[in-house]
Ligand binder design. Structure first.
Ligand code: 4AD
Ligand code: MG
Length: 462
């Protein structure tokens, strides 16, 4: 018999028919004559109740029906007379694929702390919480492709191994096949990377942007969506060493077009989650954060605020708040400042734009005031910065000047500069941190809980 997924049984219950389900037992209660089990196969948050007439099964089978065991059950699907579920399965045959010792299985029915579950990241996908998070993660990835596809954007695959530092912040992991115990040295005593695999120093990319720009200057509207890596030693609830980023890049967009696209995309994604994945959100809302669904709805309903950096600094200076980091024009906004703007002052998402050029990357377009660049950050409640982007410097001379001023290795960027020599075009783009989006969407307080296997300083176990 063909296996049915539990989600499809709830969607259109074939009542009165024989069905087969496979999945993992969430619980099992035994009475003298009947036993009840809850099975989940991950297709939905909903479990299917299984009713077993004990007299029909041998003792060994009944004994192995414990929390965590993997089973295949065939039987008759009926409307449930009990409270709490519309349908149940009256078991006729039971196969145990994988028993699970109830004494040692770490994920018992009781609620575990999120910290504990991080220590059992290999098993946490089986918990109700991580089932929700993983389904929502998929939904957002799918929604992102759908959003861009429907707008005529093309998905481009940008490299993971790169020789250039997009953000110029020097926070890259090195990729090498050299013998670290005895690397070849040049006559100055430095490691000789010409003997390395790529014949030069190579790194894991911090952003696909520079390559996405090359494609946008041919296909007009593109995006890349892949893993990015940052060797910044920040042990916070908002940083990962390996995270996924969505980076659209659009020819002929100015900064304001860029902001409008970012806003449209975020609202599209959150609306999609509310419309098509309410079950999962509802569980997270009830379990972890009762403000979650109201917060999501408010983002979908109210337009984002636009606030230029200089005005944001004025607002912070007049806020009467005492911040840990002082506020002054020219300094980067800290997360406490961002959250004040979003949560207290405007009480909605805010896009801060036109930042001082000295705190931003070399590729951002210089404004006529000589002090600021056409940068933008989208700030969200709870998470702070969720998107960073800009209009790009399309003028060859200005771009080269910036690369030199910032002391970047000019020879690494010749191909990037070439696009400004041949058919340069005004263009813009941004990067959405996928896990920051998911932190916001799920209400999880720690970014390590929205990626299956988090990579952070000192942590790459699973
Ligand atoms: O602001 P960032 O550094 O911008 C860029 O990398 C640009 N090249 C993007 C572009 O214009 N194409 O990073 C973009 C976003 C941030 O707003 C944040 O959401 C996320 O990536 N991010 C991180 N997420 C998790 N862990 C980290 N260590 C992150 N660093 C940045
Ligand atoms: Mg940023």
């Amino acid at each position: 018999m063909k296996r049915s997924k539990i989600k499809s049984l709830y969607a259109a219950p074939p009542v009165g028919q024989s069905v087969n389900v496979m999945g993992w037992l969430k619980t099992r209660r035994g009475g003298k004559k009947f036993s009840f089990a809850e099975v989940n196969d991950g297709s939905t948050i909903k479990n299917l109740q299984i009713v077993l007439d004990n007299s029909r099964f041998d003792e060994e089978t009944l004994k192995q029906l414990t929390t965590g065991a993997c089973v295949s059950i065939t039987g008759n699907l009926v409307e449930s007379v009990g409270q709490g579920q519309p349908i149940e399965l009256h078991a006729e045959t039971v196969t145990i694929f994988g028993p699970s010792d109830p004494e040692t299985y770490p994920l018992q029915k009781k609620a575990h702390s999120l910290e504990f579950m991080r220590e059992i990241a290999h098993l946490r996908p089986r918990s109700t919480t991580f089932g929700c998070i993983l389904r929502l993660r998929h939904a957002m990835a799918y929604g992102i492709h759908r959003f861009f596809h429907e707008k005529g954007f093309f998905y481009v695959h940008t490299p993971i191994i790169t020789a250039s530092d997009c953000e110029g912040a020097g926070e890259m992991f090195t990729v090498t096949t050299l013998d670290l115990a005895a690397p070849p040295k040049n006559k100055d005593g430095q490691v000789d990377f010409s003997a390395d695999f790529f014949g030069r120093p190579a790194h894991l990319t911090v952003s696909g942007q520079l390559n996405a720009e090359l494609a946008a200057l041919a296909l007009s509207d593109v995006y890349t969506f892949g893993p990015t890596f940052r060797a910044e030693n920040s042990n916070t609830t908002r940083h990962l060493a390996e995270f996924w980023m969505i980076e659209p890049e659009m020819a002929f967009y100015d900064l304001h077009d860029n902001m409008a696209l970012a806003e449209e995309m975020l609202r599209f994604l959150i609306r999609l989650a509310l419309e098509e994945h309410y079950d999962d959100l509802d569980f997270l809302c009830a379990t972890y954060d009762e403000e979650l669904i109201p917060r999501l709805k408010s983002v979908v309903e109210s337009p984002f605020e636009r606030c230029d950096y200089t005005r944001a600094v004025e607002i912070l200076l007049h806020s009467g708040q005492s911040f840990e980091f002082s506020v002054e024009w020219g300094a980067d906004l800290q997360s406490e400042h961002e959250r004040y703007l979003v949560e207290k002052h405007f009480q909605k998402p805010v896009i801060v734009y036109n930042y001082p050029k000295d705190i931003k990357a070399f590729y951002m377009r210089q404004n006529d005031d000589g002090k600021t660049v056409a940068a933008m950050d989208v700030l969200f409640p709870k998470v702070g910065e969720i998107i960073g982007g800009s209009q790009r410097e399309e003028r060859y001379d200005k771009l080269l000047e910036r690369i030199r001023q910032m002391g970047l290795p000019e020879e690494n960027y010749w191909w990037y500069l070439d696009t400004r020599r041949f058919g340069s075009a005004p263009h813009s783009g941004f990067g959405l941190g996928f896990e920051r989006l998911l932190t916001f969407l799920t209400g999880m307080g720690n970014i390590r809980d929205v990626i299956p296997f988090p990579r952070t300083p000192g942590n790459a176990e699973f």
